[in-house]
Design a protein around this ligand. Structure first.
Ligand code: NI
Length: 254
């Protein structure tokens, strides 16, 4: 049993074969998938997909790439979506100082606003942090949300992971842990206790070895979980059981 804690099934990359992708995940033992909308259109699509598939849940929020498009109507529309069935988290929200598709000052302001929205909705958050570790930590430390959340696609070092754990966050490990030269991420996996780890694909992106270079899909989260089992000297079953339990706990999935 495994849960892909973060995929983007609503993206157009899956328009042709979405049902097959979900079926292949089930066949691979991935019995739950959280699909994460990144803009209003995709959030609606994510909720619709969750409505059609018992094993799929949705997260909603405006991705840092897209926050430059937030206008006076966006948050009232988001408010309506937050109350829909199977919405289990707010995100992914945060900072991306690698691509900088939205100006940094706008990203910081919208991150703060969306953290407040998550607190208002009583939802856990899914945090995107790319090359913005210090700023992300600083903002999260000032957040008063009670539901905690996940640092998705964790890319910091073990010291940063420790700070996130201290704040009550879970750490989600993506496919690149299976790549050569992923020593920093391996060290994070060694240091973070099993009861605080999640696994994810971020599909269609970040495909693990041996499918690197192809489109990612939730079934491949098995390779990430196998690598974590190897690093921690555990069985795949133990990693699957623990990460599934953690994912259900943070998202409140029964
Ligand atoms: Ni993502």
């Amino acid at each position: 049993m495994l849960i892909d804690s973060h995929a983007h099934l609503e993206m157009r990359e899956f328009d042709e074969d979405r049902d097959d992708v979900i079926r292949r995940a089930k066949e691979a033992g991935v019995d739950t998938i959280v699909t994460v909308g990144t803009n209003l259109r995709d959030c609606r699509k994510a909720i619709a997909i969750a409505g059609q598939h018992e094993t799929v849940y949705a997260a909603i929020g405006i991705h840092p790439h897209d926050v430059k498009g937030i206008d006076e109507k966006t948050y009232s529309l988001i408010r309506k979506l937050a109350g829909q069935p199977k919405v289990v988290a707010y995100g992914e929200i945060g900072l991306d100082f690698f691509r900088n598709r939205s100006p940094r000052d706008v990203q910081i302001r919208r991150f703060g606003e969306q953290l407040e929205l998550a607190a208002e909705f009583g939802l856990p958050v899914i945090i995107h942090d790319r090359e913005a570790h210090a700023e992300t930590l600083e903002i999260l430390m000032g957040w008063k949300g009670k539901k905690g959340g996940i640092i998705h696609c964790f890319s910091g070092d073990a010291a940063m992971a420790g700070k996130c754990l201290d704040m009550g966050f879970y750490i989600s490990i993506p496919g690149p842990v299976t790549y050569p030269k992923s020593e920093k991420l391996l060290e994070v996996v060694r240091q973070v206790p099993l009861d605080r780890l999640l696994v994810e694909t971020d599909a269609p992106y970040l495909t693990p070895h041996p499918y690197r270079g192809k489109r990612n899909e939730p079934a491949y989260v098995v390779y990430t979980a196998k690598k974590i089992a190897e690093i921690k000297g555990l069985s795949l079953e133990e990693v699957g059981e623990a990460t599934s339990r953690n994912t259900k706990a943070v998202f409140g999935i029964v």
